[in-house]
Ligand binder design. Structure first.
Ligand code: FNR
Length: 193
């Protein structure tokens, strides 16, 4: 079977730049030897994590569903915005809740290979958010994160109306990272891409 690659963004804003990056990544993945699955965190609504809430009612169902999606993936691509030099609470909260799910098939974090993308209307392309996300995944959750990443600076002006990159080199970069992700996901899952 082809490696299953789950893709989502750390923003649910209408017109979100990181959601555009996620959509473009999924579109490119669809042209490669894999099974891309584009998710939106809007479909996994979660309260802010609170241990009392967890003790009273357990882990909410959307967190279980998100965990199951990740656990069934061979590779994951997360496109994050940058908020105050970090990644947004929407994304952190989703990861935190998903990390609290016990049981279920597979492992959401030690199973798939992850790759990071970031966007920013500014000049740094969300680099600082990407590093914080890398820290949470690699150091916090023992995730295997690709060294290769995608950064989109000047995001307000980076996309065409059809959701393409205006800059052909940016598209080549995205393709290269997606291709490495598929390769590594297939290797890790013992699949042939
Ligand atoms: C931002 N923004 C921002 N951008 C950036 O490049 N570095 C930063 O540190 C911050 N800080 C920041 C804090 C807060 C609270 C907000 C709301 C925004 C701007 C941010 O990149 C912009 O709103 C993007 O459009 C958000 O990403 P999406 O929703 O387009 O994916």
């Amino acid at each position: 079977r082809a490696p299953r690659i789950v893709v989502f963004a750390g923003s649910i804003r209408t017109g979100s730049y990181s959601a555009r990056l996620a959509a473009l990544a999924a579109r490119e993945l669809a042209l490669m030897e894999c099974e891309p699955v584009l998710l939106s965190l809007a479909d996994y609504p979660l309260p802010i994590y609170d241990a009392d809430l967890e003790a009273e009612s357990g882990v909410p169902e959307p967190a279980r569903q998100l965990r199951d999606q990740l656990a069934s993936a061979d590779g994951v691509f997360i496109a994050t915005p940058e908020y105050n030099a970090g990644f947004p609470p929407l994304l952190k909260n989703a990861i935190d809740w998903a990390s609290r799910v016990r049981g279920g098939e597979g492992d959401a974090f030690k199973g798939p290979v992850y790759a990071i993308g970031s966007t920013s209307p500014g000049g740094l392309g969300g680099y600082r958010a990407s590093m914080m996300l890398r820290q949470t995944l690699a150091l916090g959750l023992n995730v295997l994160v690709l060294a290769e990443q995608v950064m989109v600076a000047g995001a307000a002006n980076a996309f065409t109306e059809d959701g393409d990159f205006k800059d052909e080199r940016a598209l080549e970069r995205l393709r290269a990272v997606m291709s490495t992700l598929i390769e590594q996901a297939a290797l890790r899952a013992g699949l042939r891409a």
